[in-house]
Design a protein around this ligand. Structure first.
Ligand code: ATP
Ligand code: MG
Length: 420
């Protein structure tokens, strides 16, 4: 049997990997511009980290986690999301003494049915802001994501916003919802029955089309909000209005995880079919305490890179870099050491240029073909004469100018003349 990758876990190969690098560097530049710093986290945690924070009647914990016994019997889980591990790490490293703005990037693992836009290993950039209770940071986080979409040239994203209220108003609403869904028990699917007693709000998150009408008729949280929650939400909306960021309030947006309170939001596109959410987040003021820390307000979001890159592909590829700027060729294998020396001196002088030295021999014609395909602006050729005389022939590959044979010392200046 041929060895194959695990279903739903994909390789990212060149030139796609360049597209990914470009997307990440655009997004990271925006994060830096808002004062977020990177935190690097393990991709595995003790299972309890996720069970405790995500909540045990969620899809993730019940059906999607890659959990297995370590050799010593500990239960470990490949992270299905980043927030739980980030909070664990922030606590363990004493980062929460002051307000913190953190981000991370990397693979997440969920055992879902693979399809376009839904994989078993996928990638997120996650953003978390700790220690800030107000709607100001909520608004700034959302404004930052809006800037990211501008950078990626994604005009078609729509922002949905909701508030789940404080814990107290959430609890009250939970009871109201439970009553409602109990009264319609016959119309519930298995998942929803399962959630009815323990977490009826989760039913609102159902993606089952057969549940849609029942959910649409459900009482909205709005009527059960306390004043503090309402004020928080109104201020958030006012700042977004002022910033010119359009949003819709979706009273049934609850998000899949247990740890959210107050603000929740999603950025959604209609261009990716059912897998339309590209970024999702919210406030989770209770989580730090739940994982053993002092009560610490927090808000965060995570964006799915596969979905974002799919949407921004054209823009990212338009700007994608070629493999090389300069391609060095020899007409005889005996000259290769000389060519390496020349390539090194070009790299010394111009560290930002990508200098490819042809390896593997072959005819002049085939080497020139490779040079062309590399996207390089110019080829540097060492033939018999050049080798003997210590010169080099510069052949522009994109510009209209003539090839010229020059002294090695003039190579950089001559190359600068044909680069753009
Ligand atoms: P969905 O509603 O699509 O299942 P979710 O609510 O489970 O998403 P989150 O846990 O909030 O997703 O993760 C944030 C983002 O990560 C999603 O909006 C999406 O862009 C991306 N994402 C989540 N699961 C996957 C997956 N299996 N494959 C690819 N991207 C994913
Ligand atoms: Mg999901």
């Amino acid at each position: 049997m041929k060895l194959q990758s695990i279903k739903g876990m994909n390789d990212i190969v060149p030139p796609d990997s360049t597209t990914w690098q470009r997307a990440q560097s655009l997004l990271q530049a925006v994060l830096a511009a808002y004062g977020y710093r990177e935190i690097r986290l393990p991709i595995m945690e003790h299972t309890g980290v996720f069970e405790r924070s995500i909540g045990d009647v969620t899809d993730i914990v019940q059906k999607e986690m890659y959990t297995f016994a370590d050799r010593n019997g500990d239960s470990l889980t490949l992270r299905p999301e980043g927030t739980a591990g980030c909070v664990r790490a922030a606590l363990q490293n004493g980062l929460l003494q002051q307000a913190r703005k953190l981000w991370y990037v990397g693979p997440m693992f969920r055992h879902e049915r693979p399809q376009k836009g839904r994989y078993r290993q996928f990638h997120q950039i996650g953003v978390e802001a700790f220690g800030l209770p107000g709607p100001d940071i909520d608004a700034e986080l959302i404004m930052m994501t809006a800037r990211m979409w501008t950078e990626l040239e994604l005009p078609g994203l729509r922002l949905e916003l909701n508030t789940l209220g404080t814990l107290a108003s959430r609890h009250h609403y939970r009871d109201v919802l439970r009553e409602y869904f109990r009264a319609h028990r016959d119309a519930l699917d298995d998942d929803s029955v399962n959630r009815l007693e323990r977490n009826p709000m989760r039913i609102l998150d159902s993606k089952n089309p057969a549940m849609k009408d029942l959910i649409a008729q459900a009482p909205a949280l709005d009527a059960h909000l306390d004043d503090e929650s309402r004020r928080h939400f109104d201020q958030l909306c006012a700042i977004l209005d002022h910033a010119g960021i359009a949003f819709e309030v979706n009273p049934h947006l609850v998000r899949g995880l247990d740890y959210y309170s107050n603000t929740v939001f999603e950025w959604i596109t209609n261009d990716l079919g059912a897998q339309g959410t590209v970024c999702a987040g919210g406030r989770y003021d209770g989580l730090v305490e739940l994982l053993g820390g002092k009560p610490t307000p927090a808000i965060g979001c995570a964006m799915g890179l596969e979905r974002l890159i799919e949407l921004a592909r054209e823009r990212l590829e338009r700007a994608a870099d070629p493999d090389a700027d300069v391609y060095v060729i020899v007409t005889d294998e005996r000259y290769i050491a000389d060519a390496f020396g020349l390539a090194e001196s070009v790299r010394d002088a111009q560290p930002a240029w990508r200098v490819l030295c042809h390896c593997g021999g072959g005819s002049m014609k085939s080497q020139m073909k490779k040079a062309d395909r590399s996207g390089a602006q110019a080829a540097l050729i060492i033939g018999d004469d050049e080798y003997r005389e210590g010169t080099v022939t510069l052949k522009p590959l994109r510009a209209d100018s003539q090839q010229q044979t020059i002294a090695r010392a003039s190579a950089i200046t001559a190359l600068q003349g044909v680069m753009h």
